[in-house]
Ligand binder design. Structure first.
Ligand code: PLP
Length: 281
């Protein structure tokens, strides 16, 4: 695999970063994942905008090459012959002697690599996934897409140990979001999902999905919902760049609907894939 590191396209074995990189020492970095379908990028503009916001919220400089990110994405997709999968991008504050205070003159590190994997016709998309609940003990700036992913990793492990696929996080009696996705329930054809705040990541997929849903005259309610409401929902699903819209058929052991992907979730997945595919670049 060819990866991109600070201006160079390199075989992955040759791409090396300093042990003093603050991404490595302090999780002082941000990331984005852009999906690839038909060899093209989905939602590139949205991911780029969120990346700029993450950098600015953390007072992190843009790395060299920032203005060429579209070209770099495309080049990596081409060099690695990605038909379906994603491009992972990470920017860290760079290497400096270890100190909590931000270094003045560190050069940000820019890394991109691709992952080829099926996104469209997966068993999970066809059959739906199951989720458990876990306490949301993450920090208070979940709107910034940082590389601090230890707790989400722990949540995936807890889900696995419980025989489930993923975890929905719960804070103050309400579901915030999934460990790496936004969470939705459907009640009487109404799509319910938590509103935007610093408590959740502002999903790029979420934003487009809600736009397409409202254009299709589907009813949307942006509000907090409880674990009990989720267990009792007619349907449930998640959204993220790599899962698009993924039906959830079991919540904390309760079967949702008849235990197969619901009509609203299936329709939304279709609409989302069609619309984002049309706009792919
Ligand atoms: N919420 C969290 C915590 C995430 O990690 C992600 C994606 O990685 C999302 C939501 C979904 O965001 P997007 O649709 O931009 O992939």
């Amino acid at each position: 695999r060819i990866v991109y590191l600070n201006g160079d396209y390199l075989p992955e074995e040759e791409a090396k970063v300093s042990v003093f990189d603050r991404g490595f020492l302090m999780a002082d970095g941000v990331y984005e994942v852009t999906s690839v379908l038909d060899g093209k990028l989905l939602e590139f503009e949205g991911h780029l905008k969120r990346l700029e916001r993450s950098l600015s919220e953390l007072d992190m400089d843009k790395p060299e090459g920032f203005d060429d990110l579209l070209e770099i994405h495309r080049e990596l997709v081409k060099r690695n012959d990605v038909e379906q999968g994603g491009v992972y991008l990470q920017i860290t504050r760079g290497a400096a002697d270890r100190d909590f205070v931000y270094p003045k003159d560190a050069k940000p590190t820019l890394v991109l690599f691709t992952q080829s994997k099926p996104l469209l016709d997966t068993p999970a998309a066809a059959n739906g996934i199951s989720v458990i609940f876990a306490d949301d003990i993450r920090w208070g700036r979940r709107d910034i897409k940082t590389v601090q992913l230890l707790y989400p990793s722990m949540c995936k492990m807890m889900a696995k140990a419980a025989g489930a696929d993923d975890a929905w996080l719960v804070e103050d009696g309400f579901v915030t979001e999934g460990s790496s996705n936004n969470a939705y329930i459907v009640k009487g054809n109404k799509i319910i999902t938590r509103g935007l705040s610093n408590d959740i990541l502002h999903g790029i997929t979420r934003a487009s999905l809600l736009k397409y849903a409202s254009e299709a005259q589907m009813e949307i309610e942006e509000r907090n919902f409880t674990p009990d409401e989720a267990r009792d929902a007619d349907e449930a699903f998640i959204s993220s760049a790599s899962t698009f819209v993924m039906p959830v058929v079991k919540v904390d052991g309760s079967v949702i609907g008849d235990g197969t992907p619901g009509a609203v979730s299936k329709r939304l997945r279709e609409i989302y894939v069609d619309e984002s595919r049309k706009r792919a670049i």
